[in-house]
Design a protein around this ligand. Structure first.
Ligand SMILES: Cc1ncc(COP(=O)(O)O)c(C=O)c1O
Length: 391
């Protein structure tokens, strides 16, 4: 055999059984060989679990899915390329023409957009109701047969806490699935309520370092298999290298999350004591209207602190621009601290009667607290407030 053939058909240097690498290798391959055509036929038909093509399944992605399902306390998980792909795949897999969805108006904007603009084109109707309006949620579910109740807790960006026992109970009474976007609450939150599906952006605290995107849906085998089948047809597959990076991030998930939450609480307490800040919203503060509910529902209070400043929108712009350690970037739960000022958060696409429930004022800013030293973050916030407002 000539060299140019040999380099293409060289054999892998596989360790002997019992000689396992401590860190799982990245299965950076599109294709998997099988011994016979019959084996390939069984893999393609789904009769066997053998890997054959990485759009359908890949061991690096599968390993991540197994860890995520376990953390979320669910039977199964499908991982995809972004958080919004996880949202879209769930909607496309589980909804059909004529179906009705109830979604809380405080939910992540692009999720609302997918339902109200994209899914509407395929004959799916959506009712928006504020999370604060429990009677309205029940009325919307009772008004017509509803396939799904979709909500978040804490909400983005103002950190409202859903009464999850109510959500699950009311949805079950009207025969609807509950889907929670659990990105803000974290990978282990809310497993105790019997929620049908958990959607996560892995881009945030799961991966944790701001260098890779991913998404996941966890739930029963029955529902997750339906979503997996659609992912295989639509193609928002998670790349094996991205899966490896997220699995690596997960190894430090608990230690990172502990520091992120501790820093967030320290920052929230400082901001609450500063008269230039009129309101601090953080579920770990006693002043949060749902402090007790949050403590009962979540294992921690998260790493996002949302504030309203005294003064004008212009002063809040100066404040954001004056921060040295916070970048103006729309992500969260990363190594670095981030800020999203009010100018970037207005829910313009919400109907006028629901805009109030988003509770985003002219000086509302969302802070995502990072892994820096909390004293440095507090000093930076204080200095920026002094530039914007004076001492
Ligand atoms: C609550 C929530 N869900 C979903 C997403 C979408 O995630 P991704 O950016 O990974 O697509 C985001 C992104 O900010 C989010 O905040």
């Amino acid at each position: 055999m000539k060299a140019k053939t040999r380099v293409i058909h060289h054999r892998a240097a596989e360790p002997a059984p019992g000689n396992r690498p401590l860190v799982s290798p990245i299965f950076q391959t599109v294709k998997f060989e099988l011994e016979t055509l019959a084996d390939v036929e069984r893999a393609w038909s789904g009769e066997s679990d053998a890997y054959h093509y990485s759009r359908a399944a890949n061991p690096s992605v599968r390993e991540l899915e197994m860890i995520l399902a376990e953390l979320q306390g669910q039977e199964a998980c499908v991982a995809v390329s972004t958080g919004i792909a996880a949202v879209a795949a769930t909607l496309i897999a589980l909804l059909s023409q004529g179906d009705h969805v109830v979604i809380c108006a405080e939910t992540y904007g692009p999720t609302r957009g997918l339902l109200l603009k994209t899914m509407a084109r395929f004959g799916i109707t959506t009712t928006l109701v504020s999370m604060d309006d429990q009677a309205g949620i029940e009325r919307a579910l009772a008004a017509k047969p509803t396939r799904m109740l979709w909500f978040e807790s804490p909400t983005n960006p103002v950190l409202k806490i859903a009464d999850i026992a109510f959500m699950v109970d009311v949805a079950k009474r009207y025969g609807a699935w509950t889907v929670i976007d659990n990105t803000f609450a974290g990978l282990e939150a809310h497993a105790q309520f019997g929620i049908d599906l958990f959607v996560h952006s892995l881009t945030k605290s799961a991966a944790g370092h701001g260098d890779v995107m991913g998404g996941a849906v966890m739930g029963s085998h029955t529902l997750v298999d339906k979503i997996r089948a659609q992912v295989n047809m639509l193609g928002p597959t998670l790349d094996p290298h991205a899966a490896f990076l997220i699995s690596r991030g997960l190894k430090t998930y608990h230690v990172r999350r502990e520091v992120l939450c501790r820093n967030a609480l320290a920052v929230a307490r400082y901001l609450e004591s500063d008269p230039r800040v009129t309101r601090v919203r953080y579920p770990g503060l006693k002043s949060h209207p749902h402090f007790a509910l949050a403590a009962q529902q979540m294992p921690d209070s998260g790493s996002v602190v949302t504030i309203d400043l005294a003064g004008t929108a212009e002063q809040s712009r100066v404040f954001a621009d004056s921060l040295q350690l916070f970048s103006t970037v729309a992500s969260l739960a990363s190594t670095e601290s981030l800020i999203v000022p009010p100018q970037l958060m207005q829910p313009r696409e919400l109907p006028a009667d629901l805009r109030g429930c988003s509770d985003i004022g002219a000086t509302t800013a969302r802070l995502s607290i990072g892994l820096e030293d909390a004293d440095d973050l507090i000093a930076d916030l204080s200095a920026a407030l002094t530039i914007a407002f004076g001492a």
